[in-house]
Design a protein around this ligand. Sequence first.
Ligand code: AMP
Ligand code: FE
Ligand code: FE
Ligand code: ZN
Length: 300
Amino acid sequence: MSVTAFPEAGPDSKIADLHLHTRYSDGTFTPEELAENARREGLSAIALTDHDTVDGCAEAAEACHARGIEFIPGAEITAEIGGQEVHVLAYWIDTQSALLQQRFAEFQSIRTGRIHGMVRQLNERGVPLTAEAVFEVAQCKAPGRPHVARALVSGGFCSDFDDAFERYLKKGRPGWVPKPMVPATAAVELIHACGGVAVLAHPALYRADRLVTEAARAGIDGVECWHTKHNPEASRRYQKFAQDLNLVATGGSDCHGNSKGQPLIGRIRLPYAQVEQLRARRPGTVAATTSAPAPAPVTA
Ligand code: AMP
Ligand code: FE
Ligand code: FE
Ligand code: ZN
C-alpha cells in the first residue's frame, strides 16, 4: 500500500494520526499498545476514535503522557445523512459529560441488540454461532460486525476475517442487520455540546461526494482528507472540498491493530499544523474564520 506523505512534514516536524481504534471497540490493541506503536512511529499527537465509546481514553491518555505524546480524546459516531451511513469523528469531547455517557449508552445498547439480531439470522441460515461467542470475542461495550467476523472465524465457520464479511456480514448478506443511526446533525450537535469538534470520516468510502456538502450544512468542522483507503486523487479532491467549504483538512490511518492484517498506525503522517487548525474550531475558541490552505500530499 502506498503511504501518503506530506512535503511540510520534514524530519523535524511534528506529525499526528487522528483516527485510531483499540479493543474498547473493534481494534485489537490495548491503549498501552497503541501508545507504544505511536511512539515507535515517531508520532507527536494521536487521537483515539473508538466506535461509540470513550472507554479507552483514560488509559490511552496515561500511556501517551508517559511517552511524551499529546493525546486527544475522541470517538467515531455512526450517523446518517438521508439514510446513508456516514461516520463522524469527534475530538476533544468531554469524556465525563453526562450527556455523552447517556447517548453513548444508547448507541451501545443498539449495537448489542444488533449482535443478537445478526446471530439469529445466521442461525436461521444454519450457522450455529452464539451471541455469547461474539461477546466473548468483543469484551467491550461497543460490539460490532468485526467481532462477529472474528467469532465466525474462531468457530470454524469462515476461513478468515474478509471471508466472514464477504459471505455473511456485508450489506445484503445473510447476517446483515441494518443499524439505527442518528442523523449527522444530531451527532454534530452532541459533539459540540460536549465541547468537541466534528469531522466527517473517510468520505471516499461513501462514493457520494454530495455528502461532504451536506455534512458541512450539518455543522461539521473538518473533513478527513488523508485516510489509508483514500488514493492521492481522493485526498486532493477532499482538500478542495475543505477549502471551498471552510472545513479543516484532517487525516488518520483508521488503524484497528492487527484485526485486518498489518497495523496501519503511522501510514498517515498528518502535519501538526492541521491539529492546531482543528483545535481552533473547538466551541468557545476565538478561531480564524478561514483556515490556511491544506498541504498538498505527495505519494511516497
Ligand atoms: P459495524 O459498526 O458493526 O457495522 O461495523 C463496521 C466496522 O466493520 C467498520 O468500522 C470497519 O472497521 C469494519 N468493516 C466494515 N466493512 C468491512 C469489510 N467489508 N471488511 C472488513 N471490515 C469491514
Ligand atoms: Fe471499525
Ligand atoms: Fe469508520
Ligand atoms: Zn474508524
